[in-house]
Design a protein around this ligand. Sequence first.
Ligand SMILES: N[C@@H](CCC(=O)N[C@@H](CS)C(=O)NCC(=O)O)C(=O)O
Length: 336
Amino acid sequence: MKRIVIATGLLAISFTAAPAATLDTVKQRGALVCGVSAGFAGFSTPDSQGNYKGLDVDYCRALAAGVLGDPSKVRYVALTAQNRFTALQSGEIDVLYRNSTQTYLRGATLGLRQGPINFYDGQGFLVKRDSGVKELKDLKGATVCVAQGTTHEVTLGDYGRSNGIDWKPLVFDRTDTMYQTFFGGRCDVMTQDASALAGAVTTAAPNPADYVVLPQTISKEPLGPFTRNGDEAWSDIITWLHYGLVEAEELGVTSANADEMARSGAPATQRLLGTAGDLGSRLGLDNKWMLQAIKAGGNYAEIFERNVGKASPMKLDRGLNATWNKGGLMYALPFK
Ligand SMILES: N[C@@H](CCC(=O)N[C@@H](CS)C(=O)NCC(=O)O)C(=O)O
């Protein structure tokens, strides 16, 4: 009898290795192509003139300043939760800064590198203040608005199953539709990164005071950049950019005093800013790349405070995003 072997199993997906030298491409093009969110208050959102603003956007600007000497040399590509990683795999963007959670599977299966965390977040829940809901167990049987293609979809199901909460997910492929639906009263609760919930309340709630983010989060959502595998030189730049912005905060270097600190700062400060040593050239960059990056939008604290901190509409605490010596997790590897 003829033996028929049917090959089943996983479809092997191979990602064409993108041209390795992203740094050269960016320099030749004279612009950075940065993948961001189309609309996420505090992280990436266009203002009335169409100029993108936010914490993720400030990383794109700092990178363009470091690599090209000009923070405005960025072309922003607005991406959804669903198409963000393919845009990077296909080479459409140079780097992804889009409130993207770093996970084992994303790191192991997408052909992408995960850079250092620029915002420690967690999955939170938003309810109407007068709903009487105080904690997650009050949400039994609740209809939950959740976005497709996110970590939240999976975590919501897992948490419900292990805690006996039979919530009913209502899944959206567009965040704007999800906001309309939730604020229109069709879901009892909406779940997202806690930062995104704070942003949604400031931008989309008819009356922000009517809503409250529950104190509990159900996951770790470490948000950070993604780059393509196989281009270590470029990934290193993305890595050290973040450490440089945090190191600047630790050393007290700000957008306002950076030039002065470059002239007269301590040796560690001058190494960071490129007036001592030649650290920049080791990454194929100008030695003053971090000076340019910091002058563009400030150190990590300035970027945080301006976009999502107490002085911004989102009013978030530093929390885990404080530096390690102030009770947080932000810790820059040394510049030496
Ligand atoms: N951090 C999560 C969620 C990221 C995400 O895409 N969040 C949605 C809302 S939950 C968002 O930012 N939407 C804005 C948009 O689609 O432009 C992940 O990486 O999966």
